[in-house]
Design a protein around this ligand. Structure first.
Ligand code: DLL
Length: 440
């Protein structure tokens, strides 16, 4: 296997050397937070780091586990710039995200932050075997979202040709993809799926489709969805993880072995915690990912609560990278569905549905209240031959789905079959849950 790295020195670093670098960088980060005087300085002072002398006493990143968390609400409450650790004349770009709560947060970057971020993205591309010879169609949204420009600058850093399509304009995407011969696709997994449907529907002669690989992220997606995308687009699909608060895409990425996502640990310190108690969990245990910036100037965050659920492994990867790996994200704590005391994530339901060949790989979960109880209705789209094949076929299908979901969560749920192409296709992050429950 031909394994490529962008910054081999870091990506394959000896773990004891890595821990030294992490400790030094943590101290550097805390000094920045202190000299910047933003909101986090106040928080750390309350915790007991009073001055630079206290920072110098820090012996290792172990000490992080006693430090206070930073929450998304801290960013919201200090909107727009109260969380920055640098004066505004050092900030050369901002991004923004409204996330699931609808309240905006702003992420700031210095010149150096953008340089570092671009290199982290170049690592992502190399790990997936993408090179200068590739032509990338970037269908992540350009603008305030970190996806478009994050991928763009990474591609520029590595030196490959990038087509800055942004999201949407599907007809144009397909024309450009063929005219230019794009070999790589960047977008959300749900948009990749939609593009594949359109290609298969509208393009009979596929000789000008040259796609080989795709890097997909920004939303949870199951391995079953990966298989669907890979087989319908005939490509090799990789996962990438990131979030605006911490930097954007490029926090973690898959290598060719696709056995978990390597976290860029020289830049981000990961912990897994019990989301209810805040207690730090051991490697292998599933919980909420907490991230600390180790190498960021404009807006370093200490112990940011991502709300994303995963687990870590430090077992050696066959690619030679020594960075810790995290499992594909299972879901967000705020997307977890609790039915009769059972916890379930949309991604688990997705895994069940996408194994059924007679369904289109799209779905929507509706939550509603009946007789004061929370209930779930899973809306599915049977393929044409099933949907138009008569009542009996539809009934047999919904019965089987209901049974499979019962096997997963031990609860009977309503399954609604809708005509082909009814469920809205997403161009960005897909909406998987429609919450119709009456709020008390
Ligand atoms: O989604 C950054 C990004 C852009 C990542 C392009 C990958 C590709 P936000 O809009 O701030 O940033 O959303 C961050 O999206 O906390 C996760 O809940 C979710 N997320 C991001 N990547 C993945 C992934 C970008 N690979 C939030 N798997 C995060 C599952 C993901 N969830």
């Amino acid at each position: 296997m031909n394994i490529k790295y962008y910054e081999k020195k870091y990506e394959t670093i000896d773990r004891s050397e890595l821990s030294q670098i992490q400790t030094e960088r943590l101290k550097k980060t805390l000094r920045l937070v202190f000299s910047g005087g933003g909101f986090l300085k106040k928080r750390l002072k309350e915790y007991g780091i009073k001055n630079s002398g206290d920072i110098e006493k820090i012996k290792s990143t172990d000490e992080l586990k006693n430090m206070p968390f930073t929450y998304k609400s801290d960013l919201v409450n200090n909107y727009p710039f109260g969380i920055f650790s640098q004066p505004l004349n050092k900030i050369i770009r901002i991004h923004a995200s409204s996330g699931t709560t609808g309240k905006p947060i702003i992420a700031g970057y210095t010149k150096n932050d953008i340089k570092i971020w671009s290199k982290l993205m170049a690592r992502v591309f190399c790990a997936a075997g993408i090179s200068k010879n590739d032509i990338a169609q970037n269908a992540y949204g350009y603008g305030l979202f970190t996806g478009g420009l994050g991928f763009h600058y990474g591609a520029q850093e590595l030196g490959l040709m990038i087509i800055p399509m942004s999201t949407g304009f599907t007809e144009r995407q397909l024309t450009m993809m063929q005219d230019v011969g794009a070999t790589v696709l960047f977008c959300t997994p749900s948009y990749a799926l939609f593009l594949s449907e359109e290609i298969n529907k509208k393009i009979s002669d596929k000789s000008n489709i040259k796609l080989k690989k795709g890097i997909f992220g920004a939303e949870p997606w199951s391995n079953e969805l990966r298989q669907k995308i890979e087989s319908s687009l005939k490509i090799d699909a990789y996962d990438i993880y990131g979030l605006s608060e911490i930097i954007g895409p490029g926090v973690a990425y898959e290598c060719i072995y696709k056995d978990g996502l390597h976290i860029n640990e020289d830049n981000f310190f990961p912990e897994i915690i019990n989301p209810e108690t805040g207690e730090v969990l051991k490697d292998g245990e599933t919980g909420e990912l907490v991230l600390t910036n180790l190498n960021r100037e404009a807006m370093p965050l200490i112990r940011f609560r991502t709300k994303d659920i995963t687990r870590l492994t430090r077992e050696k990867c066959r690619c030679g990278r020594t960075f810790v790996r995290m499992d594909k994200i299972k879901g967000r704590t705020d997307d977890m569905i609790i039915l009769k005391g059972v916890n379930v994530f949309p991604s688990q339901i997705e895994s069940v549905l996408l194994k059924l060949d007679y369904l289109e790989p799209v779905y929507l979960i509706e939550l509603y209240t009946e007789n004061l109880l929370d209930k779930m209705n899973i809306i599915v789209e049977p393929k044409e031959e099933i949907f138009n094949g008569g009542e009996a076929k539809i009934e047999a299908a919904t019965k089987e789905i209901s049974h499979k979901i019962y096997e997963l969560i031990g609860i009977r749920t309503k399954i609604t079959a809708v005509p082909p192409k009814t469920i809205e296709r997403s161009q960005g992050k897909a909406k998987r849950i429609n919450d119709l429950r009456k709020k008390l």
